[in-house]
Design a protein around this ligand. Structure first.
Ligand code: ZN
Ligand code: ZN
Length: 151
């Protein structure tokens, strides 16, 4: 990691190393707050803005990318992972991942049909997770209204 950063023109400081390591120890979709809490447990002298700046740096060097689902919280995905889509529950804010291998093939074909060179893609479905839609079903009125919206 130290060498990698050097090739990108950045220095690895002990603080930075701690923040980077903490980020990769956390599982998917890390928010700045989550990372901050984790970093503070190891070194309480590190401030919020330092954590935020280093998270931006992790993105800049291509090891993470921002995931925005429109709830005002920016989360960060490890980019070393295989491409995946997101199912976002608008009720409990849960982010579930799914395999997009087949979808990517279709997207790539679509792009090449239009002589378009794709750089990135985003596959996201917003709705209600299993638990939250169970809650919705008990309120039969709300559920049928939602169904109508879909049609
Ligand atoms: Zn993800
Ligand atoms: Zn939910």
């Amino acid at each position: 990691m130290r060498e990698f950063l050097k090739t990108k023109g950045f220095k690895m400081t002990p603080q930075r190393e701690l923040i980077f390591r903490s980020f990769f120890e956390l599982t998917d979709h890390v928010s700045v707050d989550e990372l901050y809490i984790k970093v503070r447990k190891k070194d309480s002298s590190i401030g919020y803005s330092t954590v935020w700046r280093n998270l931006k740096l992790i993105c800049k060097v291509g090891l993470a990318e921002e995931v925005n689902v429109g709830d005002g919280i920016t989360r960060y995905d490890h980019i070393t992972k295989v491409p995946h889509g997101h199912l976002f529950c608008i009720n409990c804010k849960k982010l579930i991942e799914f395999n997009v291998e087949q979808i990517i093939a279709i997207l790539a074909q679509t792009a090449s049909d239009k002589n378009f060179a794709p750089e990135s893609f985003k596959i996201e479905i917003q709705g209600y997770c299993e638990e939250c839609s169970k809650d919705n079903k008990s309120d039969s009125n709300g559920f049928s209204q939602k169904q109508q919206k879909l049609n």
